[in-house]
Every structure is written in C-alpha cells, then in structure tokens.
Ligand binder design. Structure first.
Ligand code: THU
Length: 162
C-alpha cells in the first residue's frame, strides 16, 4: 500500500482593492450578471463572468425552471455561452458570485460538482482556468486551477479520447 496526498492552495483576499483592475472588472461583471439571474424558486442569484484569451468577457447566471432539474447554474450558462459564441477560444478566468435578499452571503460560493466537471473539460482542452469566488460581500478566493477543486477529475483521456 502507498499513500499520496492531493493538496490545493487557495489565495484569500480581504478586499477587492487587492486585486488587479482586470480581476475587479471581472468580478463586477459577475455581480451585474447575478442581478439578472432567473431564480424565482431558490431566490439565490448567482452570476459568473468569464475572461477569454482575447480579453472578451462572457457572462452567465442561473436559470431555474418549475421542473427543478431542468434549471442550470450560472457557471455552466457562462462557459457554454462562451464556447458557443467563441468556439476554441481559451477560457482564462471565471469569477463567480452570489446574491440573496433572504440570507447573508458574506463568504465565497464555490461551483457545484457538475459545474466543476464541466469547467474541467474546458480546462483540459485549453489550459488552466483561474477561479475568483466571492459572495455578495466579504473575502475573495483565488484558485489557480479547476483541478484544485476537483481532484481525480474524470477527463476525455480516461475514455481514450485525445
Ligand atoms: N447555483 C449556481 O448557479 N451556481 C453555483 O455555484 C451553486 C448553485 C444555482 C443553482 C440554483 O439555481 C441555485 O443556485 C440554488 O442552488
């Protein structure tokens, strides 16, 4: 038997002013997108903003449905939209934030398992995706790769697909 460890490092900022202007802009776009989320059931409004390698920003927000499982998270709306409108353009960063009128969201929120898997595919395809995570207020996490939040990820390589 042998053991191995999987470690991840998360940078935590206490203020937006510690971030670069580009990252502040990306988070601001995610907050704007959260305001437009369609979340009448959860009333949990998530916004995501993606910076592509050509510096364009694509946004997404959660889109819910009366048939609950038909809804989709902000991260997947953003990354699918980016891939649909800019095929083969590398995704460099994604900022994710959440708002609520009912609960205080003062800690970063983190992509769900399905979104991690989807983001991992784009990362395998086009290189590291940096994550910037925030609540409505509070500290910001910066994570340098989707791998850091999805250890032992399943990839196309596991299917023998190159
Ligand atoms: N949601 C997201 O959009 N992204 C996340 O990272 C977590 C959850 C959405 C899904 C659903 O519309 C609502 O938040 C409550 O789960």
């Amino acid at each position: 038997m042998k053991q191995f460890e999987i470690k991840s490092t998360i940078k935590e900022y206490t203020s937006l002013s510690e971030l670069s202007a580009d990252d502040q802009e990306l988070i601001a776009k995610a907050h704007l997108a959260a305001n437009d989320a369609y979340a009448p059931y959860s009333k949990f409004y998530v916004g995501a903003a993606i910076r592509l390698e050509n510096d364009e920003i694509c946004v997404g927000n959660n889109q819910e449905n009366a048939a609950y499982p038909s809804g989709i998270c902000a991260e997947r709306v953003a990354v699918f939209s980016a891939s649909a409108t800019h095929p083969n353009m590398k995704v460099k960063k994604i900022a994710v934030v959440a708002h609520s009128n009912e609960i205080k969201i003062d800690k970063p929120i983190s992509p769900c398992g399905a979104c991690r898997q989807v983001l991992a595919e784009y990362e395998s395809k086009s290189g590291n995706i940096i994550l910037l995570l925030m609540g409505e207020t509070g500290n910001i996490y910066e994570i340098s790769s989707v791998k850091d939040i999805l250890p032992l990820m399943f990839t196309a390589g596991d299917l023998g697909v190159k």
